[in-house]
Design a protein around this ligand. Structure first.
Ligand SMILES: NC(=O)c1ccc[n+]([C@@H]2O[C@H](COP(=O)([O-])OP(=O)(O)OC[C@H]3O[C@@H](n4cnc5c(N)ncnc54)[C@H](O)[C@@H]3O)[C@@H](O)[C@H]2O)c1
Ligand SMILES: CC(C)[C@H](C(=O)O)[C@@H](O)C(=O)O
Ligand SMILES: [Mg+2]
Length: 362
């Protein structure tokens, strides 16, 4: 089991350190090798995704990723910006299927900004297409407008596009995931305005014919954003494009109590995966030992489950997280009256201790 460990920037280094300690506590035959990525790699090597880092990731069975980015790099040319590292990894490794499960742990029902009854028992899965859409479509750039409202003015443009096979494969992923859950898929689009998403809707409908046991509903993205906070438990599997999935998954994270609770798995056709929290490098709290490491720790559990088929070890991590939350320990983002505030390291220590206890007990 070879894991490339890429902590990145900001809180990335702090949260990945805790996930690594959790993996080590499991005493599995895991080989881990670290490399710089994002702004840290730009500082050291002049590029956010150096060849050596990309090679390490491509040769590994799985990548454990923290986060990249900092406001101080926002003026760099786009190819040198830290965010290009994660986009480049997704593209080079072909990580088209992104799983972002939003699960509300019973202990955190009070931590969300939503009413407890809306989110108690919540367990939804957002499946985000990760290598297409306006994120990767060409052409893009800046130019002088020759038409539109202001001919002659400076303008910028991007290209939204999806090919049929790209939509088909993510639709299959969603229907197959739904089969193992509550057999309902909501496909989120903007077919009323965008040709790309009328096509998305048509192709998803076509693929659905192969899954008559799964219910399919279509929903416009603006309505989906509203329904997610109105009645989130009505969803089971949500499948959508790259950009809508980015936005809706951050929204869904608040249903779990905090963005610090939302893990993710990004998979390719070879079951190679990159595992990262759904949040970013949080420059506002970086270096303060304040970040919640649980999204990253839970991403490590997803790695054991999806890439390494180590179901028992994955369960062990998830049980340890539950027991730590049940014992009342909270990082600042999920803290509420009557619970005990701990640091990033303190939360990591508690999860490691809970795992060690289960191993000792056998
Ligand atoms: N995959 C990635 O590497 C990734 C993802 C998202 C954003 N980014 C980058 O991160 C930088 C910051 O972006 P942003 O501020 O928009 O989003 P962010 O997710 O980094 O932070 C948003 C807010 O959530 C809080 N937060 C995030 N993770 C947390 C955690 N684990 N525990 C407690 N609080 C947490 C932050 O303190 C901040 O207030 C940008 O450069 C952005 O491009 C990277
Ligand atoms: C950092 C950025 C490129 C990334 C995205 O937009 O995909 C992030 O927001 C995410 O959700 O992983
Ligand atoms: Mg995002």
């Amino acid at each position: 089991m070879k894991i490339a460990v890429l902590p990145g920037d900001g809180i990335g280094t702090e949260i990945v350190a805790e996930a690594v300690r959790v993996l080590q506590a499991l005493e599995l035959p895991i080989e881990m090798e670290s490399a710089l990525v994002g702004g840290a790699a730009y500082e050291a090597h002049g590029h956010p995704l150096p060849e050596s880092t990309l090679k390490l990731a491509m040769d590994a069975d799985a990548v454990l990723f923290g986060a990249v980015g900092d406001w101080k790099y926002d003026k760099l040319d786009r190819p040198l910006r830290p965010e290009q590292a994660i986009l480049g990894l997704r593209k080079h490794l072909g990580l088209f299927a992104n799983f972002r499960p939003a699960i509300c742990y019973p202990e955190l029902v009070g931590a969300s900004s939503l009413k407890p009854e809306l989110i108690a028992g919540l367990d939804i899965l957002i499946i985000r297409e990760l290598t297409g859409d306006i994120y990767f479509g060409q052409p893009r750039g800046r130019r002088t407008a020759t038409d539109g409202h202001f001919p002659g003015a400076e303008e910028a443009f991007d290209t939204m596009r999806y090919s049929k096979p790209e939509i088909e494969r993510i639709a299959h992923v969603a229907f197959q995931a739904a089969r193992k859950r509550n057999k309902k898929v909501t496909s989120v689009d903007k077919a009323n305005v965008l040709e790309t998403f009328q096509f998305w809707k048509d192709v998803v409908t076509e693929v659905h014919a192969q899954y008559p046991d799964v219910e399919l509903e279509h929903m416009y993205v603006d309505n989906a954003a509203m329904q997610l906070v109105r009645a989130p438990k009505k969803f089971d599997v949500v499948v959508t494009g790259n950009m809508f999935g980015d936005i809706l998954s951050d929204e869904a994270s608040m249903l779990t109590g905090s963005i610090g609770m939302l893990p993710s798995a990004s998979l390719n056709t070879k079951n190679q995966g990159l595992y990262e929290p759904s949040h970013g490098s949080a420059p506002d709290i970086a270096g303060k030992n304040l970040a919640n490491p649980l999204a990253t720790i839970l991403s490590a559990a997803m790695m054991l489950r999806f890439t390494f088929n180590q179901t028992e070890a994955a369960d062990r991590i998830e049980r340890a997280v539950s027991s730590v939350l049940a014992s009342g320990l909270r990082t600042t983002d999920i803290w509420s009256e009557g619970t005990t505030k701990v640091s990033t390291r303190g939360m990591g220590d508690a999860v490691v201790a809970a795992i060690t206890k289960t191993i000792t007990k056998g």
